[in-house]
Design a protein around this ligand. Structure first.
Ligand SMILES: Nc1ncnc2c1ncn2[C@@H]1O[C@H](COP(=O)(O)OP(=O)(O)OP(=O)(O)O)[C@@H](O)[C@H]1O
Length: 298
């Protein structure tokens, strides 16, 4: 059975607001999928539909090739946008309680809670009430709550918001450990550098539909594979005068060139080297932030 989450053609309206307008995505085993989009684009609504806390007007949510049912949903580790811990409860008790609620026996619930508190740097706070923790530490407990029952799938709504850089690394490490065991992870975020760093795939959502999706590296190079950055000591005219080569950016020794179809980049490099030493010759890729601006503004 392939542990894969597939969401197909989801539609959801709230009154006259179209929240989801034919949204489809797939999250594969061993994959961290970053779900990004402007405020109100439809990320939380999608996650709520996956979790079954909200029903879509139409569309499908499938897990392991079958329609998601209540039993499958119990196997999801969910971190909702509205954080849902009991403020007066002690950290460890809260985790054990949630693990028990998902059917774990007391010993396993206790062991999982202890291990997670340790991994997430909360060992010392186990007997504190949740309300006594800082916001970032409450966030860590939230994540522990999503993980404590050994879920098969993780769906996390902005799990990184409010975390300091160390917290980000701790959380990223905890997610990667699950992913390496084959658990698919989907999370939403507005922190694009972070998404770019830790995700295998991203989906950019705009007005309720996915406008760009795929492996991060592929998206970053898409449509740009004919651009190279060249830093040369020789006169730039040696290459910019070549047929099919156009300078699109840069001045002085650092240039960005666009190569027409059929132009061999290695021949361009040879020409540059014939004119003098070449310090850099690399394909130009976009950052996720640049790509985001492009597709969201389009
Ligand atoms: N319960 C609701 N009632 C009415 N409108 C809603 C409801 N939930 C969401 N919406 C609307 O649906 C759209 C999508 O909202 P959603 O919360 O899914 O966006 P989001 O991508 O998660 O945004 P953010 O990044 O701000 O969290 C928005 O226009 C929002 O106002």
């Amino acid at each position: 059975m392939v542990r894969m989450l597939e969401v197909t053609d989801l539609r959801k309206t709230f009154g006259t607001t179209v929240a989801l307008d034919g949204l489809s995505l797939a999250v594969r085993p061993g994959e961290v999928y970053g779900f990004v989009g402007q405020n109100g684009a439809g990320k939380t609504t999608t996650m709520r539909v996956v979790l079954g806390v909200l029903s879509a007007d139409s569309g499908r949510v499938q897990w392991e090739g079958r329609d998601m049912d209540p039993a499958a949903r119990r196997r999801i580790g969910y971190m909702p946008e509205e954080r849902g811990l009991y403020p007066k409860m002690k950290v460890r008790d809260q985790l054990v309680y949630l693990a028990r609620l998902h059917g774990l026996d007391p010993a396993r619930a206790g062991a999982n809670s202890a291990e997670l508190l340790d991994t997430l740097g909360l060992g010392e706070r186990a007997d504190d009430r949740i309300e006594a923790l800082s916001l970032g530490n409450q966030q860590r407990v939230q994540l522990a709550a999503a993980l404590v029952h050994e879920p098969d799938l993780l769906v996390l709504d902005e799990p990184f918001s409010g975390l300091d850089p160390v917290g980000v690394d701790v959380l990223a490490g905890a997610l990667r450990a699950r992913v390496d065991r084959g658990v698919p992870v989907v999370f939403s975020s507005h922190q694009l550098e972070l998404v770019e760093r830790i995700c295998d795939s991203v989906g950019i959502v705009k007005a309720g539909r996915i406008v760009a999706q795929g492996p991060v590296d592929e998206l970053r190079t898409k449509g740009r594979d004919r651009r190279v950055r060249l830093v040369m000591d020789g006169p730039p005219g040696a290459v910019t005068s070549l047929p099919g080569v156009r300078q699109v950016e840069g001045r002085g020794p650092a240039l960005v060139l666009e190569l027409a179809d059929g132009v061999d980049d290695q021949a361009v490099l040879d020409t540059a080297r014939a004119a003098g030493p070449v310090r850099e010759f690399t394909p130009v890729t976009a950052t996720l932030t640049e790509l985001f601006r492009e597709v969201v503004a389009a």
